[in-house]
Design a protein around this ligand. Structure first.
Ligand code: HEM
Length: 206
């Protein structure tokens, strides 16, 4: 089965893709729906540190919102003699920052280990503020925990049922489209191979 994961502005499409299984929810709500989330988040939240790190690394290389904007409420000293006067619009280019060689070792490589406790010091950002897919400061995304939880729940359910492989027609490197948001231009084509339920006979050899 070939599937295209269409690009989404944030996690809206993940939310739309509701999971109808009720296995994981103590109150038998459909997993991933608004009714279930507050209960499941407490009762069944898996820790899954590597999955979490994969999500973080994905949002580092592919932040859906590639820049943040702020209006200067007063003159801002930008260093090296440059000052942004009060009222000017400041744009922080998150994608450039998160892929900068000054801030990340081997910035072009996909390395979830950057976000694992044991390897964070060596591979993670040299400055904690250099990671901002959900923004920074007082206006930071209010939905980031929900987005993370839903993304993890969706990934877990997919990987429990399928092995996922890149579809041969998917060209690499991924062609991205950048406007107000940044997303794969043609989605991402993958092939889903159903997993054998535990204890079932393997398929007959051809
Ligand atoms: C992967 C998913 C998501 C990403 C990458 C994302 C990213 C962002 C970013 C970059 C901002 C601007 C922060 C800033 O200016 O510093 C933002 C703001 C915001 N986000 Fe998200 N977001 C996601 C999911 C969600 C979800 C699921 C919700 C709601 C349930 C949400 C609600 C909001 C709201 C209300 C704001 C405005 C906060 C404010 O201006 O005070 N986001 N988000």
């Amino acid at each position: 089965m070939a599937v295209s994961f269409a690009p989404s502005k944030t996690s809206k499409s993940a939310c739309r893709c509701r999971l109808r299984s009720t296995d994981g929810c103590p109150r038998r709500h459909a997993v991933g729906t608004p009714l279930c989330l507050p209960v499941c988040a407490r009762a069944t939240r898996p820790q899954l540190p590597y999955t979490e790190a994969v999500l973080q690394e994905t949002l580092r290389l592919f932040p859906p919102l590639p820049f943040l904007m702020r209006e200067a409420k007063e003159d801002v000293d930008l260093g090296e003699g440059r000052v942004a006067p009060k009222g000017s619009t400041l744009v922080l280019h998150v994608h450039s920052m998160q892929t900068s060689g000054d801030l990340y070792p081997h910035p072009e490589r996909f390395m979830p280990e950057r976000f694992l406790p044991d390897t964070k010091a060596a591979l993670g950002p040299s400055d904690a503020n250099a990671y901002a897919p959900f923004g920074v400061g007082a206006r930071m995304c209010v939905g980031y925990k929900l987005a993370n939880f839903v993304a993890k729940a969706v990934l877990v359910r997919i990987y429990q049922r399928f092995r996922v492989a890149l579809h041969p027609q998917q060209r690499l490197p991924l062609r991205m489209k950048t406007g107000l948001s940044r997303a794969p231009a043609d989605g991402v084509w993958v092939t889903l191979h159903p997993r054998q339920p535990a204890g079932s006979a393997p398929p007959a050899a051809k």
